[in-house]
Design a protein around this ligand. Structure first.
Ligand code: ATP
Length: 234
């Protein structure tokens, strides 16, 4: 198992956001977390990347307990995150934003840069443009590209389709599939449950800080409760 989260509890002050989440991601998979607003999806990703401390429980990566490892070290062991809201550096060029994704690594990054530009030709066209002047969809691509620069073993994606026009949503989902096909494991948080379940191998449904269901993604597409609650149908 590449990533294992065992019975994690996470609090914001006195508020319990995660109340015993257990989940696993195997090498090569796309796993998606779906659930309503406030269910704890973002908090789960932040706990894996080290941006939120655990109250209790354990995060294991590649067999090692990384529960107390600082976030910047988790990038080095292979955990990459493209955060919700993108968080790019608006005044820096597209290319410098990409280099920031690999700031903790030394050596020649030309291969990584070439691969990101191959996945996202738009970023190559705009490499000297200030990140903050890129469109919403382009900034989303930039955030994902930046995370890829560190060559993560697992890529954590928080709402990559948020705020994008339908055509761009399709494009982002296709790129996620391609990133996975090239060897990166993906843990994907999405409001767009329909599309996420179509590209994922497995899925977990979160409600108020708990996992209430886990299954093969295709099985959840046909699950009446999931359809009613998250797929806008009966
Ligand atoms: P969304 O789809 O709306 O992003 P989510 O499933 O990602 O929701 P989280 O953002 O993980 O949910 O939030 C889980 C719970 O923790 C919510 O009740 C939320 O209000 C609370 N929470 C999140 N961030 C903070 C914070 N900085 N301070 C206090 N409470 C927080």
């Amino acid at each position: 198992m590449l990533l294992e989260i065992q019975d994690i509890h996470v609090h914001y002050g006195k508020i319990a956001a995660l109340k015993g989440i257990t989940l696993e991601v195997d090498e090569g998979e796309i796993v998606t977390l779906i659930g309503a607003n406030g269910a704890g999806k973002t908090t789960t990703l932040k706990t894996i990347s080290g941006l939120r401390p655990l109250t209790s429980g354990r995060v294991r990566f590649n067999g090692d307990d990384i529960s107390r490892m600082p976030g910047h070290k988790r990038v080095l062991v292979g955990i990459g995150q493209s955060p919700e809201g993108r968080g790019i550096f608006p005044g820096m060029t597209v290319e410098d934003n990409l280099y920031m994704g690999a700031y903790a690594r030394s050596g020649d990054l030309s291969k990584e840069l070439a691969e990101v530009y191959e996945l996202f030709p738009r970023l190559a066209e705009r490499k000297t443009q200030a990140g903050g002047t890129m469109s919403g969809g382009e900034q989303q691509m930039l955030a994902i590209g930046r995370a890829l620069m560190a060559r993560p073993k697992v890529l954590l994606l928080d709402e990559p389709s948020m705020g994008l026009a339908p055509k761009l949503v399709q494009q982002i989902f296709s790129i996620i599939v391609e990133i996975n096909r090239r060897g990166t494991t993906v843990l994907l948080v999405e409001q767009n449950a329909q599309q996420a379940l179509q590209i994922a191998n497995r899925a977990y449904v979160l409600e108020t800080g708990h996992v209430v269901k886990s299954a093969q993604a295709h099985a959840l597409l046909d699950d009446p409760e999931v359809r009613a609650a998250y797929l806008g149908g009966g």
